[in-house]
Design a protein around this ligand. Structure first.
Ligand SMILES: Cc1cc2nc3c(=O)[nH]c(=O)nc-3n(C[C@H](O)[C@H](O)[C@H](O)COP(=O)(O)O)c2cc1C
Length: 182
């Protein structure tokens, strides 16, 4: 059963309720890539979404004063590497607050894309910033997708209730999956 709804005000308990509520949303995990001083840089992000298919457009919401937000505001480009379940190490590395997030150890050395690519990611998008919106302490970067690539296999890394998780392999369920609506 749901706990009693808390009005969101400046008070701490309501903010805690907000964080609790948001933690119940399961998300894929991406590394948003950019360049700092010409070197690959990455930041772990869950606030990523597809906005439009035509033209292909995505958004990421980044802390305005964070390292990734500042790098992308300067270069007007970003990449999005969608992580596979085996990529917990890069998710942890690229989310350490205040620590350097140079990505050489995790990036494809000779990627042909405009932005750094996390090696072994399920997919990668190269984006040019087309619009930014400042909201609260975050900046939403809208990116026009210039190039995209994806693997045809692999399972996603998932974040839910403040933990990294993998989807359960359940061959029985997969065999009996039905389309409920189309
Ligand atoms: C699972 C997870 C998801 C995150 N999602 C976001 C996000 O959507 N936007 C954001 O600005 N920071 C997000 N962060 C925090 C960043 O990864 C990073 O720690 C933060 O921007 C501080 O980096 P900095 O000290 O280099 O600026 C997330 C962290 C974790 C662990």
């Amino acid at each position: 059963m749901l706990s009693k709804l808390s009005l969101i005000t400046e008070s701490t308990p309501a903010r805690v309720s907000f964080a609790e509520a948001m933690s119940t949303l399961a998300s894929g995990v991406v590394v948003v890539t950019s360049r700092r001083d010409g070197r690959p840089w990455g930041s772990t992000v869950t606030a990523f979404a597809s906005v439009s298919a035509d033209p292909p457009t995505v958004l990421v919401s980044l802390c305005t004063n964070g390292s990734a937000g500042r790098a992308i505001a300067a270069t007007r480009q970003f990449g999005v590497s969608i992580l596979a379940e085996e990529q917990l190490a890069v998710a942890l590395y690229a989310s350490a607050p205040g620590k350097p997030k140079f990505l050489e150890a995790f990036a494809e050395p000779d990627a042909s894309s405009a932005t750094p690519v996390v090696a072994g990611a399920l997919a990668h998008l190269d984006c040019d910033v087309v619009e930014t919106v400042d909201v609260a302490d975050h900046t939403i970067f809208f990116g026009r997708v210039r190039a995209a690539s994806a693997t045809d296999a692999g399972a996603p890394l998932v974040y839910h209730r403040r933990r990294y998780r993998a989807l359960a392999a359940d061959p029985a369920t997969e065999r009996s999956t039905t389309c409920l609506m189309s």
